[in-house]
Write a protein that binds this ligand. Structure first.
Ligand code: 5AD
Ligand code: SF4
Length: 494
């Protein structure tokens, strides 16, 4: 079993969550049920899908038995993610039997990986749509209505859905995901994403800033900029036309960014972060995921410069051993990673750091595994997502190396690092006792409506008694009095 310490970017508690939104305008009398698995990018994509169908008059429902169209937005990252989706599909069979006109669609990474084969393997499924083909959904549904099965798994080099303003699904009205790029060019040997999500492309910087500004104007107070590798964000104003209305000012033929800066040259991730941070000092900016080979000191200095860019970096290490990193094709080694950690500690002393670690990658010895353990000792991560290696068909590792580490060895190594991470999470939490955290209130705590919950700048969940004086969406200072290994507990101070 994968063990996840919860966080918003790959939130275990949200897996399989169904999305519902307020009806917008004209109805076509049909109801859409959509549920999502996998990473935040997938949840964000479901919002794009819902926007496209809302435009066509679909309403959403939280009960798949009432739906005319069921979409399941899938993940392929590990085998168990796919097993989960297959099991879920079985649960839709009864509903389809009762309502034979129902359309069942598989979206996302699994759709892209399996393509038309999905239709053969799962007779229940009518439509298979990859992550770059969502604009085609209304046509594909029509095709199914006319009695055919439908597939569109074309990947694109350009599609960023920049002009589609996503409806916010199941939103608390306070934090939102904003996708800044799609795809991935890294070719880590274990990873299926380059095959399921295609080539890397960056979204128009103007449209990103315009979306963040719009969110802020609607009362949102936190955006998380999403990409598989945000540090390789690169966009140039000459590269693509910016969408109507998103350029705020034009001097002669020179474009000026919404933040007021000159956008003559290419925009890198540090520039984009700054542009979003300048939307308002009251808007918190987070981002995920960073890549150790690409995260620059310029990005770190930008984080340090703006109070509203959160001091939290998710920097997946995958392994602490240089030989394993080499065959994982991560293109950095142990020393390089440690150097990046040192740079973070130097430039942003108060920065929380989280990571991803894979145990039992092909040919990993006990000594090499131990290098991952000592890396944890070196960094003392605030959070970690830890996984057993799961071979994915078609990846470089599946082609080149044997998946030769026995299951029980993978499991033993995983249990060891999970135990270690629990110690370090607790250690990091304990270090906050007595400190004052600036918390953005997100709502009532899950356990009691006498408590509020929200996140600290460093992304720790904070619980504290409700005060009438403050509402969700506002910032409060909370003094930390005690902790668990995942939560800070305290009270509001002025
Ligand atoms: N097996 C196990 N974990 C994987 N990840 C990606 N591919 C695999 C795989 N084949 C993990 C990596 C990545 C995270 C999103 O999922 O740690 O950073
Ligand atoms: Fe997201 Fe990766 Fe799963 Fe695709 S495979 S949905 S990119 S976690």
């Amino acid at each position: 079993m994968d063990l996840l310490i919860p966080d918003k970017v790959h939130d275990e508690s949200r897996q399989g969550e169904a999305f519902v939104l307020e009806p917008v305008g004209k109805h076509n009398g049909r109801k859409l049920y959509i549920e999502s698995y996998g990473c935040a990018m997938n949840f964000s994509d479901s919002e794009i899908v819902a926007s496209i169908l809302a435009e066509k008059g679909f309403e959403t429902t939280s009960d798949f038995n009432n739906a005319d169209v069921i979409f399941i937005n899938t993940c392929s990252i590990r085998e168990n993610a796919e097993v989960r989706v297959r099991n879920r599909l079985k649960e839709f069979a009864g509903a389809k039997f009762r309502n034979p006109g129902m359309v069942i669609g598989v979206l996302g990474c699994m759709a892209e990986r399996l393509k038309a084969k999905f239709l053969e393997e799962e007779k229940l499924v009518d439509v298979v749509v990859g992550p770059d083909a969502y604009r085609d959904l209304p046509n594909l549904i029509e095709q199914v209505d006319s009695g055919q099965k439908a597939v569109n798994v074309l990947l694109s080099r350009e599609e960023t859905y920049a002009d589609i303003s996503p409806v916010r699904l199941n939103s608390n009205g306070i934090n939102a995901f904003v996708s800044i790029m799609r795809g991935c060019d890294n070719m880590c040997s274990f990873c299926v994403v380059p095959f399921t999500r295609g080539r890397e492309r960056s979204r128009d910087a103007y449209s990103v800033v315009a979306e963040c500004k719009d969110l802020f104007d609607k009362g949102y107070r936190e955006v998380t900029l999403l990409g598989q590798n945000v540090d390789s964000y690169k966009w140039s104003p000459t590269q693509q036309p910016s969408p109507e209305g998103s350029v705020l000012e034009t001097k002669a033929d020179q474009k000026v960014s919404p933040a007021g800066g000159d956008l003559e040259g290419a925009v890198n991730f540090a520039n984009l972060l700054e542009m979003v941070a300048l939307v308002s000092p009251e808007l918190r900016v987070r981002f995920s995921t960073s890549h150790p080979k690409d995260i620059t000191d310029e990005v770190l200095y930008t984080i340090a410069k703006y109070d509203n860019i959160c001091n939290y970096i998710h920097l997946p290490v995958q392994s602490g051993n240089s030989r394993i990193l080499d065959i994982m094709n991560r293109t950095y080694d142990r020393e390089w990673y440690m150097n990046r950690i040192d740079a973070i500690r130097r430039i942003i002393p108060n920065c929380a750091i989280s990571t991803d670690i894979i145990t039992g990658f092909c040919t990993e010895t006990n000594e090499e595994h131990n290098d991952s353990v000592t890396m944890m000792d070196y960094v003392k991560y605030d959070f970690a997502y830890m996984f057993k290696y799961s071979e994915r068909p078609g990846t470089l590792a599946a082609k080149r190396y044997e998946d030769d580490i026995p299951e029980e060895v993978k499991q033993r190594r995983l249990s060891q690092i999970v135990a270690k991470q629990q110690e370090y999470s607790f250690y990091r939490m304990q270090a906050r006792i007595g400190k004052i955290e600036k918390v953005l209130i997100e709502g009532f705590s899950k356990k009691s409506d006498k408590d509020y919950c929200g996140r600290s700048d460093q992304n720790a969940m904070v619980i504290f008694p409700v005060s009438e004086a403050y509402k969700p969406g506002q910032y409060v200072n909370v003094v930390v009095e005690r902790t668990t290994s995942a939560t800070l507990i305290g009270r509001i101070v002025d």
